[in-house]
Design a protein around this ligand. Structure first.
Ligand code: NAD
Length: 321
C-alpha cells in the first residue's frame, strides 16, 4: 500500500510504516495537482498537517483508491471528516502527541514572566551597556513559582500535564473543567518511580478568585471565557497564560487590565486574528509572546509520525491481508 505524506512525516514514523511493508512517498504535491498525483501513483492513504486540504471534491475524485486520511496534530478543520467517514474512509489524527510540548511551553512563559525575561531580552541589547543598574532595579521584584497557585481551566490532556509539572515545581493546583469532577494523576519520575495524586476540580469562580496564575486549556473554538467580568474576579497582580485558542481570553479586556495594573503580565501563544495578530497585543510591554508554537517540538513531530504509523498499521495492514 502507498501512503502520500503530503505535509511531511518524521523519519521515525516513516521507518515504522516502511518496516510494516508500506511505501511512503514524501513528495510535496501542490493542492491543485493532488487528484492527478493520487490517481497516477496509486496512493491509498494521504497524511496531512494543516497545510493540505482534503475536501469533498478530492474525496469524490479519489474514492476508489483512498482508504485513509491522517492528520498529524489535533484540529481537522482542513478535512471534510464526516463526509469522508460517510464514504467508509478512515480519518485519524494524533490528539495526544503534542500534550507535553504545550504544557512545557506554559512553564517556559511562566518562568520567564515572573522574572520579566520577555522585557529584559528586548531591553538588554539596547540599554544593557549604558543602563545596567537601572535595568537591574526595574527587574528586581521578580517572584518564584514555588508556593504559588496555578489555576487550570480545562482539565483534559494538556491541563493535566500542566498540573503534573506544577506539582514538580511545588505549586498548588486549582483545576476547573466543565465535565470533570476529579482526576487521578500519575506523575512519573526519570528514575522510574511514580506517584499518583487525586485532583478534585473546583468551580470556575474559585479558580478565578484564588489563583496567582491562570492557564487555559479548554477545547472548542470560538468561546470567550475570560473577559472584563472574569478578570475583575481575579486576584490583583495575577498572570494569565493562553495556549488554547485565540479569543478564549478577550484581548481588549486583557490589555486594559494589564495597562491598569490589575493584572501583572500575560503570555499568549494563540491570537484572535492569526496569522496577523492585533498590533496593540504584540506591542504590549506586559506580554510574553510566541507565534503558536505550542506543539512545535522535535519530540512532538516524532510522536505524531509514530502515532500515525501505529494507527495506519492497525487499520490498513489488517485490510491488506
Ligand atoms: P482535551 O480535549 O484533552 O481537553 C480539553 C478539556 O477542556 C476537556 O476536558 C473539556 O471538558 C474542557 N472544556 C471545554 N470547554 C470548557 C469550558 N468552557 N469550561 C471548562 N472546561 C472546558 O484537549 P487538550 O488536548 O488538552 O487541548 C486543549 C487546548 O489546547 C485545545 O483548545 C487545543 O486547541 C489547544 N492546543 C494548542 C496547541 C498550541 O500549539 N498552542 C497545541 C495543541 C492543542
Amino acid at each position: 500500500m502507498k501512503i502520500l505524506a503530503n505535509d511531511g512525516i518524521s523519519p521515525s514514523g516513516k521507518a515504522k510504516l516502511e518496516a510494516a511493508g508500506f511505501t511512503v512517498d514524501t513528495t510535496k504535491v501542490a493542492q491543485e495537482q493532488l487528484e492527478n498525483y493520487i490517481k497516477e501513483n496509486n496512493i491509498n492513504a494521504i497524511l496531512v498537517r494543516s497545510a493540505t486540504k482534503v475536501r469533498q471534491d478530492l474525496i469524490d475524485a479519489c474514492i476508489d483508491q483512498i482508504k485513509l486520511i491522517g492528520r498529524g496534530g489535533v484540529g481537522m478543520d482542513n478535512i471534510d471528516v464526516d463526509y469522508a467517514r460517510s464514504k467508509g474512509i478512515h480519518v485519524i489524527n494524533t490528539p495526544a502527541a503534542s500534550t507535553r510540548s504545550v504544557a512545557e511551553l506554559v512553564f517556559a512563559h511562566l518562568s520567564g514572566m515572573v522574572r520579566f525575561l520577555f522585557d529584559a531580552n528586548q531591553k538588554m541589547p539596547l540599554e544593557g551597556e549604558t543602563q545596567f543598574k537601572q535595568l537591574k532595579k526595574s527587574y528586581s521584584a521578580g517572584t518564584e513559582l514555588q508556593g504559588k497557585t496555578i489555576g487550570i481551566i480545562g482539565f483534559g490532556r494538556i491541563g493535566q500535564e500542566v498540573a503534573r509539572i506544577a506539582y514538580g515545581l511545588g505549586m498548588y493546583i486549582l483545576a476547573h473543567d466543565r465535565s470533570t469532577l476529579s482526576e487521578t494523576l500519575e506523575i512519573s519520575f526519570s528514575d522510574g518511580q511514580s506517584i499518583s495524586t487525586k485532583v478534585n476540580c473546583v468551580s470556575f469562580e474559585e479558580v478565578l478568585q484564588n489563583s496567582d496564575f491562570i492557564s487555559i486549556h479548554v477545547s472548542g473554538a470560538g468561546q470567550t471565557l475570560i473577559g472584563e467580568k472574569e478578570i475583575a474576579m481575579m486576584k490583583d497582580q495575577a498572570g494569565i497564560v493562553n495556549t488554547a485558542r485565540g479569543g478564549v481570553v478577550d484581548e481588549e479586556a486583557l490589555l486594559k487590565a494589564l495597562d491598569s495594573g490589575k493584572l501583572r503580565y500575560a503570555a499568549l501563544d494563540v491570537f484572535v486574528n492569526e496569522p496577523t495578530p492585533a498590533m496593540n497585543v504584540l506591542m504590549s510591554p506586559y506580554t510574553s509572546l510566541s507565534p503558536h508554537i505550542g506543539a512545535a517540538t522535535l519530540e512532538a513531530q516524532d510522536r505524531i509520525g509514530e502515532e500515525l504509523a501505529e494507527q495506519i498499521i492497525d487499520l490498513l495492514a489488517v485490510e491488506a491481508e
